[in-house]
Design a protein around this ligand. Structure first.
Ligand code: BDP
Length: 601
């Protein structure tokens, strides 16, 4: 789905700001048609933001079910004769949207965009009322899954993943215009002719443009970063040649502009500008190659998580987080455990940060659920994660691909985090999902993230992955506090994975650490223990040639649900929740900036 933009023929209006808001504790709003009039008894709610931590008290923090958001906006006068679209960058986890009294769109899935053509419902120059009812419930039909328990004290949301169920309008809402005849979609596939490591390469940009609204011809022009025209072509699809191409590289996110023009008769009806980074990605044996050169992932599994705003996107926090990644010497991140805001993805593309792009499929594991305090039997069954969840999961994969398919920074899809992967049922569940991901994208590798409870000797899904991604907690959840035993166990297990002959990435490793807690014996929870544990892992990693990356869990401390294993959230951050470095951050910085990592930054 195209990201809204201002172009010669298009305009956007952000609806970010304070909206009217009301939690629907009794679940009566839909029936009482709250969308049909100004929201009564409403409070002010910032968009974008999670609503959970905005006001004190548990009521909103732990709310289960619908909340209502409402705003008014004036449709610009100049949009007469244009198509008008209302787009939500995300609504967590499901939403139905009304313009005036008319329902315009419903969407399930909390981290991907959706939109509605509202042209027939609006008059340029006049005001419209936009109402969204947003439902935060997770069930066996949603991704991620969850369980609603009915109790005498009201409904309680349980879930099997380790981050707080922040909800609301986490990203911007746009009203935008396009011409009636318009670019509906653009797909680009970059490549190079010959050996990508050669000098003076010729790049290729395969492209396909979908147009809606009338008969047309399409012209595309490729501009370099200075705006100079490199090449042009006629037709809705084809392949452009880029002589002496400037590649998109890790550490240098060089991008071209593909200017897509739709001609309608003699006039240019619509213009859409698609960024293009020319780079190749390939898994060869145990190597992960970007532009033909071995790439070693250094960085973190992250979270969209901040004080007060929860998962609400904020440019200041984003730029600060990327500055910390640069400071520490990271070259990559995983969007654990859901698609991140498109602003984040744009930034990664523009700055050469390599991304493992993950769906929201997390919490499909009885053993992990038990650690976090929820008991489930037979995860992959019709009583739990069954065909309905699988359909939602397939949809999540499709929507992630549609949103991020053109991004050079995305080099690997992760279709799930830590599912149970040792049962025949898990294999049955996942086989078609791997097939779907491959059918959608034949150019990027696909994988999933393996859990410590489904090790190499029993796992049934690694055979479908191009890359082995594993999360391990030796020295924390197992061999707790005993780094010698942990080292031996980690090394023994990596030997098993080595046998697959694929690149191995450690997508999570770490230890909960209370910032400021110091201990002369290096006890668990101290800053000393976290640093020592990471150091031990690094020693082991460096013994394996097939080892191609290390992502520490986590970039920063983050909020979780309440329980006996978390004190004010998960404390495995290299930074605290307010982004102060722990000792581990300095250790990582020394390792990641202190040597030549195959010439790839
Ligand atoms: C893994 C999960 C991650 C958790 C982490 C932990 O992938 O979401 O936060 O462990 O326990 O199970 O800290």
């Amino acid at each position: 789905m195209l990201r809204p933009q201002d172009s010669a023929t298009r305009e956007r209006r952000s609806l970010a700001g304070l909206w009217r808001f009301r939690a629907d504790a009794d679940g009566v709003g839909r029936q009482e048609r709250w969308f049909a009039r100004p929201l009564a008894d409403a409070i002010d709610m910032p968009v974008p933001s999670s609503y959970n931590d905005i006001v004190p008290g548990r009521e909103l923090h732990d709310h289960v079910g619908d909340v209502w958001y409402q705003t008014t906006t004036r449709v610009p006068r100049g949009w007469a004769g244009q198509r008008v679209v209302l787009r939500f960058d995300a609504a967590t986890h499901a939403a139905t949207v009304f313009v005036g009294e008319t329902e315009v769109v419903s969407h399930q899935g909390g981290y991907t965009p959706f939109e509605a053509d509202v042209t027939e419902l609006v008059t340029p120059g006049e005001e419209i009322r936009v109402t969204a009812v947003v439902d935060n419930r997770l069930t066996w039909e949603t991704i991620p899954p969850g369980i609603i328990e009915q109790t005498p004290h009201g409904p309680r949301q349980k879930y099997m993943h380790d981050f707080f169920n922040y909800a609301g309008l986490h990203r911007t809402v746009w009203l935008y215009s396009t011409p009636v005849v318009h670019v509906e979609d653009v797909t680009v596939v970059p490549g190079v002719q010959g050996d990508p490591t050669a000098e003076h390469l010729t790049g290729t940009v395969g492209y396909a443009v979908a147009v809606a609204g009338g008969s047309t011809s399409v012209v595309v022009r490729l501009l370099d970063a200075d705006g100079g025209e490199v090449t042009r072509a006629d037709g809705a699809d084809g392949t452009l040649e880029v002589p002496d191409v400037h590649l998109w590289q890790p550490g240098e996110g060089y991008q071209y502009d593909l200017v897509v023009e739709v001609h309608h008769g003699e006039t240019v009806a619509d213009v859409y500008v698609q960024k293009v980074g020319v780079r190749t990605v390939e898994v060869r044996g145990t190597e992960f190659l970007i532009n033909g050169r071995p790439f070693y992932f250094r960085g973190f599994g992250m979270h969209e998580d901040h004080l007060t705003r929860g998962k609400g996107h904020d440019d200041a926090e984003m730029v600060h987080d990327f500055a910390l990644l640069e400071w520490i010497g990271a070259n990559s991140l995983r969007t654990s455990h859901y698609p991140y805001a498109e602003e984040v993805m744009d930034y990664a593309d523009a700055h050469g940060i390599v991304v493992i792009d993950e769906t929201p499929a997390v919490g499909m594991n009885a053993a992990v659920a038990a650690v976090l305090g929820t008991k489930i039997d037979n995860v992959f069954s019709e009583e739990a994660v069954g065909s309905k969840a699988q359909a939602a999961h397939a949809q999540a994969i499709r929507e992630l691909y549609e949103r991020d398919k053109n991004r050079p920074g995305v080099v690997l899809w992760s279709i799930a985090n830590e599912p149970e992967s040792h049962t025949p049922e898990s294999e049955e569940y996942f086989k078609p999902l791997f097939a779907l991901a491959r059918e959608l994208d034949e150019h990027r590798p696909v994988g999933f993230v393996n859990v410590m409870y489904s090790k190499a000797d029993v796992d049934r899904l690694a055979q479908y992955s191009d890359v082995i991604m594993i999360n391990r907690y030796y020295g924390w959840y197992s061999d707790s506090g005993d780094l010698e035993a942990a080292e031996a166990a980690l090394e023994a297990e990596l030997h098993q994975w080595d046998a697959h002959g694929k690149p191995i990435l450690m997508t999570e490793y770490g230890a909960d650490t209370v910032a400021g807690l110091h201990d002369l014996t290096g006890a668990m929870w101290s800053e000393e223990y976290q640093a020592e544990l990471l150091d031990m892992y690094h020693r082991v990693f460096d013994r394996f040639d097939s080892f191609q990356g290390e992502h520490v869990w986590n970039f920063a401390d983050f909020q979780t649900s309440r329980g006996i294993v978390r004190v004010d959230g998960n404390k495995k951050g290299a930074f605290t929740r307010d982004r102060r470095p722990k000792a581990a951050a300095h250790l990582l910085r020394r390792r990641w900036t202190g040597r030549d990592w195959l010439g790839q930054d």
